[in-house]
Design a protein around this ligand. Structure first.
Ligand SMILES: [Zn+2]
Length: 186
C-alpha cells in the first residue's frame, strides 16, 4: 500500500482501483463505513487521545468506490448543473476517498452528531487539526491553500500518509506542494 499516493483533479484513479485490506471502522454515525486497516487503527488512537480531553470524534465517511462517486456526482450535476457539481464533489476517480486512506470526521456533543461545515469553529476540530499529524494524518484541504489543492477549505477531511504527516505539518505543506518540492530536488 502506497500511503503517499497523490490523488487529485490532475491525478485520477482508474475505476479498477479497488484497495484491499479494507476493514469496517465501527462508526457510531453510520454502519458499513470502511477504511484501510492501518488508517482505521491510527484513527482509533487519535480518537482515544481526543477522549482524554473529553472530545468525542467519529467517522462519517470513509472509503467510497468509483461507482458510488460517479452516482453522487451525476446526481448533483443533474440537480444543480455541471459547473456547480464540479466545485462541490470530486468527479469519479478524482476523490481521495477511493484510496481508503481518507476520511471525514464528525463530532459528538450530547449525543448529537455534527458534520462538515458545522464543526468549523469547534474546539474539538482545532484540537484534531493540531494533533492528527502525530497519528499520521494531515488536514488535506486547509484554509489558504485552495489555489494549490483546488478544493475549498474542508475542516473535516483527513488523509492518512503515515510518518510523512509530521514533516508536512511542521512545514505547513500540502501533499501537492510536497510533490512539487520533491520534483525540484530530483
Ligand atoms: Zn472527505
Amino acid at each position: 500500500m502506497d500511503y503517499h499516493i497523490l490523488v487529485n483533479k490532475n491525478n485520477p484513479l482508474p475505476r479498477a482501483h479497488i484497495p484491499n485490506d479494507l476493514i469496517d471502522v465501527g462508526s457510531k454515525y453510520k454502519e458499513g463505513i470502511k477504511l484501510n486497516t492501518k488508517v482505521k487503527e491510527s484513527f482509533d488512537m487519535l480518537k482515544e487521545e481526543a477522549l482524554k480531553k473529553g472530545y468525542y470524534i467519529d467517522i462519517e465517511s470513509g472509503y467510497r468506490d468509483y461507482d458510488y462517486q460517479e452516482k453522487i456526482y451525476n446526481r448533483l450535476a443533474a440537480e444543480k448543473g455541471f459547473s456547480y457539481a464540479i466545485t462541490r464533489i470530486a468527479e469519479p476517480g478524482k476523490s481521495e476517498h477511493q484510496t481508503a486512506l481518507a476520511l471525514d470526521f464528525c463530532i459528538y456533543r450530547d449525543e448529537k452528531c455534527y458534520i462538515e461545515n458545522e464543526i468549523e469553529d469547534f474546539e474539538e476540530t482545532q484540537w484534531v487539526h493540531e494533533n492528527a499529524h502525530k497519528y499520521g494524518f494531515i488536514l488535506r484541504y486547509p484554509e489558504g491553500k485552495e489555489d494549490i489543492t483546488k478544493y475549498s477549505y474542508e475542516p473535516w477531511h483527513l488523509r492518512y500518509i503515515g510518518s510523512l504527516a509530521e514533516y508536512l505539518y511542521n512545514n505547513n505543506l500540502t501533499l501537492e506542494e510536497y510533490y512539487q518540492e520533491k520534483e525540484k530536488i530530483s
